[in-house]
Design a protein around this ligand. Structure first.
Ligand SMILES: [Zn+2]
Length: 459
C-alpha cells in the first residue's frame, strides 16, 4: 500500500468506527488491549516475565505503571528493534540541527520530545504508525472530517510545531495540503507565509496563535475555519484573546509522545481518544482532577503500556451534545509540577478548605496542592494584569512576575488571599520579571521547582 493509500485507509477506518455508547467503547478497548498485552511479552524484553492472568483487567494490572524516568531507563527493552536511547538521541539531534527532521534508524523514524524538564527522550514510529496517526488526525481535525466528504473537500493545514516530524509529511498529497512552520523561528516571521498559504486549519501553540491573532487584527489576511491549540496548556485568557482576534472558536489537540490522546469535537469540547488509547485515572483528592495512565491500543514499535503522564487533567461531567461516548475533559491543566504546594493552615485559622485546595484531608502543616487554575484566576482577576508567571521554589514562598509590573502589589495580595481562602498558609510573594523565552521553550505560567513529597500529597 502506498503511503497515501494507507493514510486514506486509516481515515476511512476512523470514520467508519462505530462506538455508540460506553459499552461499545469498553468492548473495543478490551479487544485491542488483549492483542497489545498478549504480544507485549514477546515483543519487548522488558515485559518478558510479566505473569499471565485470566481477565483483561487482571492482565492489565499485571503490567507495572511506568514513569517517564522508567521508560527512559529501559528504553532499549521497550521498543521492538532494540534501539538504544543514546543512538536515537544522536540521530535525532543531528537531524534537528539540520532542521530537516528526517532521522531514522532500523526503518523507524525518530522524533525528539520537547523535554520541558528532565531528560530529553525520543519517540519511534513506523511508516504504518505514521499513516494511521495522519488518518486519525484528519478524521478529527479537518472541518467536516468526520462527515461524508470531509477528505474530499480537502483543506490546507498549517502546523506551527517544534519538529516538521515525519508524522506530518505523511499526508502532504492529494486534496489536503500540509505546510509545516518551524516553531524555532519567531512567530512574527511566519505571518506573511501564513497569509499566502491561506490555511483552512491552523494548528499551533497558544502563544503563536496570539501572535497570529494580533497580526489579523492589524489586517493580515489569515482566516482559518478551524483553529487548534497544540503542545501547550491553553489558558482561558489566551483563548479569549485568540478567539476575539481570529473570530473562530479555539479547539484543542491533546498530543504527547505517549500518543494522540484527545481532540475537540464539533461542540468544542475536548474528548479523550478512547478508541486509540486506554486511560486509567489516578484521582486526586478533589475528585475532579486526575493523573492519566496511558496504554496505546495500536502502536507496536514502542511499548506504551501503563505510562503515567506528568499531566493534570480535569474531568468534565455529563454527556456531550455531540453524542460521542468518549470521556470529556474540562481542561488539560498542565503538568504535575505546574501545581503549587502550600502548607495546610492550622485548625481554627482562616476559612476552611474551599476552592483551590484539594479538600479537608490531612493534618495542619501538610503540603496540599493549589492548582494552576486558581493561581490564574486570582492573578488575572486583578484589574489591568495582562500576563504573569509564578514560580515556587519552596513551600513558603513564590516569585510572581506580572505585566504590567505596577500591578504587582494588587496581584500579590490577590494570590495570598486565594491561598488563604483555600485553607492554606499564604506564601511570601517576591517580585520577579517575566523573562524572554526561547522560541522552542513552552510557555508555562505556573511552575514549581521542588519535588512532590510522595506520602499523601501527590497533586
Ligand atoms: Zn463532544
Amino acid at each position: 500500500m502506498t503511503n497515501r493509500a494507507a493514510v486514506v485507509a486509516a481515515y476511512a477506518a476512523a470514520r467508519l468506527r462505530r462506538l455508540p455508547d460506553r459499552a461499545a467503547v469498553e468492548a473495543w478497548q478490551g479487544r485491542r488491549l488483549r492483542r497489545v498485552l498478549t504480544a507485549a511479552r514477546e515483543r519487548y524484553p522488558f515485559y518478558r516475565d510479566v505473569p499471565w492472568a485470566d481477565s483483561p483487567a487482571a492482565q492489565l494490572a499485571a503490567f507495572p505503571v511506568l514513569e517517564k524516568a522508567d521508560a527512559v531507563a529501559h528504553f532499549a527493552d521497550l521498543n521492538d528493534r532494540g534501539l538504544t536511547l543514546a543512538a536515537c538521541l544522536t540521530a535525532a539531534r543531528a537531524a534537528e540541527a539540520r532542521r530537516d527532521f528526517t532521522a531514522s534508524l532500523a526503518g523507524v523514524s525518530i522524533g525528539l520530545s520537547s523535554g520541558t524538564s528532565g531528560r530529553q527522550t525520543v519517540f519511534l514510529t513506523s511508516p504504518a504508525e505514521r499513516a494511521r496517526w495522519a488518518g486519525e488526525a484528519l478524521a478529527r481535525l479537518l472541518p467536516g472530517g468526520m462527515e461524508r466528504g470531509g477528505l474530499v473537500r480537502g483543506g490546507r493545514v498549517a502546523l506551527v510545531l517544534r519538529a516538521g516530524g515525519p508524522l506530518y509529511e505523511s499526508v502532504g498529497s492529494g486534496r489536503v495540503a500540509f505546510r509545516f512552520f518551524d516553531l524555532a523561528v519567531p512567530a512574527e516571521e511566519h505571518v506573511a507565509a501564513l497569509a499566502s498559504f491561506r490555511p483552512t486549519v491552523l494548528a499551533a501553540p497558544p502563544h503563536v496563535l496570539r501572535v497570529v491573532a494580533g497580526a489579523v487584527g492589524r489586517g493580515a489576511p489569515i482566516a482559518p475555519e478551524r483553529v487548534l491549540s497544540v503542545a501547550e496548556v491553553l489558558d482561558p485568557h489566551d483563548r479569549r484573546a485568540i478567539e476575539a482576534g481570529l473570530g473562530v472558536r479555539v479547539d484543542q489537540v491533546y498530543q504527547a509522545t505517549e500518543g494522540f490522546l484527545g481532540a475537540s469535537c464539533g461542540e468544542g469540547r475536548l474528548h479523550l481518544n478512547e478508541d486509540l488509547v486506554l486511560v486509567e485515572r489516578e484521582w486526586h483528592d478533589d475528585g475532579r482532577r486526575f493523573t492519566p495512565v496511558v496504554t496505546d491500543l495500536f502502536r507496536t514499535t514502542q511499548a506504551v503500556i501503563r505510562r503515567r503522564l506528568d499531566d493534570v487533567l480535569v474531568a468534565g461531567d455529563g454527556a456531550c451534545p455531540c453524542g460521542s461516548p468518549f470521556a470529556v475533559l474540562d481542561a488539560v491543566e498542565g503538568r504535575a509540577d505546574d501545581v503549587l504546594l502550600f502548607r495546610r493552615a492550622v485548625a481554627g485559622g482562616e476559612a476552611g478548605a474551599g476552592a483551590g485546595s484539594s479538600g479537608a484531608t490531612g493534618a495542619p502543616g501538610d503540603l496540599r496542592p493549589f492548582y494552576a487554575d486558581f493561581v490564574r484566576g486570582a492573578v488575572l482577576g486583578v484589574d489591568g494584569v495582562a500576563d504573569f508567571r509564578v514560580t515556587q521554589h519552596a513551600p513558603g514562598s513564590v516569585a510572581l512576575a506580572v505585566d504590567p509590573a505596577h500591578a504587582f502589589p494588587a496581584a500579590a495580595a490577590a494570590l495570598r488571599a486565594a491561598v488563604v481562602g483555600a485553607g492554606l498558609m499564604p506564601p511570601e510573594v517576591e517580585p520577579a520579571a517575566i523573562t524572554p523565552r526561547a522560541p522552542l521553550e513552552k510557555v508555562r505560567r505556573v511552575r514549581r521547582t521542588f519535588p512532590i513529597e510522595r506520602e499523601g500529597s501527590r497533586p
